[in-house]
Design a protein around this ligand. Structure first.
Ligand SMILES: Cc1cc2nc3c(=O)[nH]c(=O)nc-3n(C[C@H](O)[C@H](O)[C@H](O)COP(=O)(O)OP(=O)(O)OC[C@H]3O[C@@H](n4cnc5c(N)ncnc54)[C@H](O)[C@@H]3O)c2cc1C
Length: 265
């Protein structure tokens, strides 16, 4: 076991100052990913800066045509929010599929997006909905934010404050969960936005990515059967003892078809 200090941030400014004076510290939100990482000795921060309860990172509101969710909002609160269910029901549904009740009651939107696990659910929604990640320093477009396995555009000590989701015309998410953890073996989020149809895939590759062939096919209209003949190239997908590349490629197509089915039903 290694020694570290626990610091409870009093405000966003306090958290930023603590991160600046302790460059080997780690921010902690729900701790659902960070604490197991510490237990396994995969990270050895000097301090944990707890940002989980900060009021600046909380809240769910619809402003005009945008749904804004605070980074410290727990998965359970996104899944059960009447505002989210009304504005982007697919996002509430996605949150309801994450892990198990314990994980949903501790894990947070900001923690999940900052961690950018290749099998996490939220990155698919953030990318497909063309959301903005708002930090204590700047706004980052989803397109620029996700940079491959566990890699993001976040700089040292930068804190996600909230995420702004433009309201889509329609959206749907379907995933094939890993039977033990619930993480996505493949998850497909389809969003019909004001600037066209966007399709994002999580779980199958080394990081979330847009499925451009599906976007091109759906640009002609959200119609049943449009994805039936699309083949997904397996070459760049993940392969491990859970599934081969080819199996994941097939799952992407099946999840895409199921999500589309919801949109045309
Ligand atoms: C058993 C189990 C099953 C799971 N199943 C799923 C699943 O099905 N789908 C899924 O998507 N996820 C799943 N997860 C992950 C879960 O969603 C986590 O809650 C999430 O990945 C991390 O959120 P957190 O709030 O716990 O972050 P933490 O563990 O507190 O932090 C994770 C990382 O993000 C950083 N961080 C946290 N908040 C911020 C912020 N505001 N700004 C900048 N950096 C920040 C931390 O420094 C750390 O590096 C599962 C986890 C477990 C343990």
């Amino acid at each position: 076991m290694f020694q570290f200090s626990y610091l409870k941030a009093k405000s966003l400014a306090d958290a930023a100052a603590l991160a600046k004076t302790n460059p080997d510290a780690k921010l902690m939100s729900g701790g659902m990913t960070l604490l197991p990482t510490l237990k396994q000795g995969l990270a050895q921060p000097s301090h944990l800066i707890d940002i989980g309860g900060l009021s600046e990172l909380s809240g769910i509101e619809v402003k005009g045509d945008t749904l804004i969710i605070g980074a410290a909002t727990r998965h359970y609160d996104v899944a059960s929010s009447a505002a989210v269910k009304k504005a982007i029901p697919a996002l509430a549904y996605l949150a309801s599929l994450i892990g198990d009740p314990q994980v949903r009651n501790r894990g947070t939107l900001g923690g999940s997006v900052a961690n950018n696990d290749p099998a996490a659910d939220y990155p698919a929604a953030v990318l497909a909905l063309n959301a903005k990640i708002i930090t204590n320093r700047r706004e980052i477009a989803a397109e620029d934010f996700f940079q491959g396995m566990f890699a993001t555009a976040l700089e040292e000590g930068e804190i996600i404050v909230k995420i702004a989701f433009p309201l889509p015309k329609h959206a749907a998410y379907e995933k094939f969960p890993h039977p033990a953890s619930g993480y996505a073996m493949a998850g497909v989020f389809i969003a019909e936005t004001t600037s066209g149809v966007r399709v994002a895939v999580t779980g199958a590759g080394p990081g979330v990515f847009r499925w451009s062939d599906a976007e091109a096919a759906l640009a002609k209209g959200l119609k049943a059967g449009v994805l039936d003949k699309l083949k997904v190239a397996a070459d760049d997908l993940n392969e491990d003892f859970h599934a081969t590349r080819e199996y994941r490629a097939n799952l992407v197509q099946v999840m895409g078809k199921r999500a589309l089915q919801k949109l045309v039903a």
